[in-house]
Design a protein around this ligand. Structure first.
Ligand SMILES: Cn1cnc(CNC(=O)c2cc(-c3ccc(F)cc3)cc(O)c2O)c1
Ligand SMILES: [Mg+2]
Length: 221
């Protein structure tokens, strides 16, 4: 096939979504993934949970790891107050290129910074790059074996504050067992599991929401 799946998803957005209307971009992607070609966006069912967690957190500083085609970046950013920015990290340049165009079609390009590169390299530079201290909200949706090392890196870089919320996609499918074991046994977090389904399927999946409680000692026995 000459085009890639992200390119075909972008074409569906350009054809079917109203420029400057984030909700129509979301609907166009969900329609494409339900009726034409599955893609690994968080989707509508888990997306509604993401929306509710973003709204209850009402964050000032937001980090997303794993942009893919920009679907969750559009979902999150459409809910943010005018002065708030989303920083989203994508290691795949082809995905980043499509994501920037999807985000632009939604009219949210001034509120989103798509960073190309490895999360492990970029996280230590974030405070300096963006003049921030901590992230109020972090969404984990990148390589599943990077969730644990990257949450540890965020801690080590003091990028989490008391009350920061970390939401992780796919903790059941494909699954992130080492991350779940760590975050659920760590006294510095209060975690809650939201049962759902893998995007556009009946396969079980879920989201794990973890609130950082500040730096306490020890582990739960
Ligand atoms: C290539 N790449 C760039 N970023 C990433 C990180 N994301 C995932 O890997 C990811 C994978 C799946 C998934 C794939 C196949 C399957 F059979 C079941 C589930 C679902 C998701 O929601 C994901 O976020 C992968
Ligand atoms: Mg995912």
């Amino acid at each position: 096939t000459r085009t890639t799946r992200p390119q075909r998803l972008l074409r569906a957005v350009i054809i079917n979504a109203v420029r400057g209307d984030p909700d129509s971009v979301i609907r166009a992607i969900d329609h494409f993934c339900k009726h034409t070609e599955w893609a690994m966006n968080i989707g509508d069912e888990k997306g509604a949970i993401l929306d509710s967690v973003v709204m209850e957190t009402s964050p000032s500083t937001v980090l997303e790891l794993g942009t893919y085609c920009g679907y969750s970046a559009v979902r999150i950013t459409r809910l943010l107050p005018p002065s708030t920015r989303l920083i989203t990290v994508e290691m795949n340049p082809d995905y980043a290129c499509v994501a920037r165009q999807v985000i632009q079609h939604a009219g949210l390009q001034d509120k989103v910074c798509v960073l190309e590169g490895q999360s492990a390299d970029l996280i230590p530079k974030m405070a300096e790059m963006f003049g921030i201290q901590t992230f109020d909200f972090v969404f984990l949706d990148h390589w599943k074996d990077r969730y644990l090392p990257d949450i540890r890196l965020l801690e080590d870089c003091s990028l989490l504050a008391q009350g920061s919320v970390v939401l992780a996609d796919n903790v059941v499918c494909p699954g992130t067992p080492d991350y779940l074991n760590y975050i659920r046994s760590n006294l510095n977090y209060r975690s809650r599991f939201y049962q759902a389904h893998l995007e556009y399927t009946r396969v079980l999946d879920g989201l794990e929401k973890s609130e950082y409680l500040g730096c306490r000692q020890g582990k739960r026995q």
